[in-house]
Design a protein. Sequence first.
Length: 472
Amino acid sequence: MEVVNLTIDGLAINSAKKGKTILEVALENGIYIPYLCHHPELKPAGFCRVCMVDVKGKMVASCRTPIAEGMKVITKSPELDKYRRAIVGIIITEHDADCLSCDKNLSCKLQEVAQFVGIDASQRKEMRDVEMDKPIDDSHPWIVRNYNRCIMCGICVRTCEEIQQISAINYAFRGRETKISTLGDKPLMESNCVSCGECVARCPVGALLPKRIDKADEDIDPAILEKIQALPVAASPLLKEKEVADEVVTEEVKLIIDDLVVSVSKGSTVLQAAKKAGIYIPYMCYHPALKGSGGCKVCTVDINGKLLPSCAAPAREGAVVITNSPQVQEAQAAAVKKMLASHRGECLNCAKSGRCKLQEVASFVGVYLEMVDTPAPLMEVEESNPYFLIDRSRCVTCGVCVRACKQVKGADALELKRIDGQRKIMHKEGVNLEELGCASCGACVAHCPVGALLPKGTQPPFMRIPPGNHLR
C-alpha cells in the first residue's frame, strides 16, 4: 500500500493512503472542513465550493483534490472564512427560511455549515429576500420534494445515477430557473423512479423527505400502487454494490460463480464477489458498512457442494459457487419464510413500503404473497425515545441495528434478547439510553432494512449539531 505524508493546519499526517482526497484525510483525522455536495458513497463533485482550502496559496476544492507527498494544507484563514461565508450566504438566499417547520431541522447540513462559517439565525433570516413560491411535488405516495429547500448540491442526482443507475432526475433549465427535475419536468410519480428512497436517505437538507402517513387507512391511488408494485425490485441496479474507491487490492483470488470467473481481493466474502460481478444474492442481516453477519441464512448459496451463508463465507481460490440451484432456492425461501412468521404484513401501511429489504428478497425468492396481511406474534411499539420508535411487529431480528449502534457510534444501547420464546430488539434494561451512550443519532434507524425503526413523524430529527468551534 502506497502512502503519503502531508500537513493539515500544522498537523503532520503520516501514512495517508495515496489516492484519497484532502477532505477525506482531514475528516479521518478529526479536522473539520465544511461541505455540502460531498457524500462518502458518491464520486467527488466539487459543485458547492464550500470545502475550499488553501494549498500553496491557491484555493482548491478539498473534495476533489488528491493528497500529495509533502503537501501543506490550510483549512482556516480570513480569506477562506470570507469566501465560505459568501458562498453559504448565496445558497441561503435561495433557501426556505422556516427551519422550525422543517423535518430536517437540527439534522440539516446547511444549518451545520452556516453555523460553522459564522452565519447565525438572525443573519440567515435577513439574507432571505427571495419569495419561496416554488411548487412542491407530492405526487409520490411516499416522497415529497420541496424545491424551496433544495440547495442544488446534486447528491440526489448522483445517487440515482451512481447507486441505482436509474437517472430518473437531473439538472434542468438555466440560470435562476435551474432545478432538479425529471425528464420533461413531469411529477416524480410519472418518471422512471423506482421508489427506492436512496435519494431521500442522502439528501442533506429538507428538500427530499418521506411523506408522513398518519392514518392506517391512508388513501393511495390504486393506479399508483399498481405501478409501484410492478417495478422490477429484484432486478434493480441498487442490488449491485459499487466498489469501495479507496480499497487497496493486495492479492486477488479467482472463483467461479454461476459459471462466471470472478476475481476479487483476498479477504472478500462470496457475497461481495457476487456483487462485484453483478450477480444478485438476496440478504437481510448483511450491511456493507458493518462487520458480522450470516445469522439470517437468506444469502445461502452452494459452495463446493455445501449450503453456506455467502455473507460470511470467504471467497477462496478455485471455489465453485452456485446461487440458483433448487436446493439453494429452497434454503433461501425457508429463511425468508422464517422471518415472515414474525413480521406484520401490512406493507401498504408501513412508511418503508417500496424500499423495504424484506419486500425485495421475498419477491426474489417467490414468497412475496405470503407476507401480505400476515399477523405478527409481537404487536408492540416502543416509543421511549423522543425521536424514533421501535415497532417490534415489523422487526425481523436481523441485528443490523445492534451492530450499527456498536460499530458506527461506539455505543451499546441495543441488544437482542429472547423473551417468552420470542427474540426482541431491546435497549438494555436497568440503564437509561443516555448512560449507554445513545445520542439519538439515528444510525440504527438509517441502517434498519425494514420498518421496525422509524423516526417519529412530528419530532425533531436525529442529529444534534455541535457548535462550530467544536466541530474539529
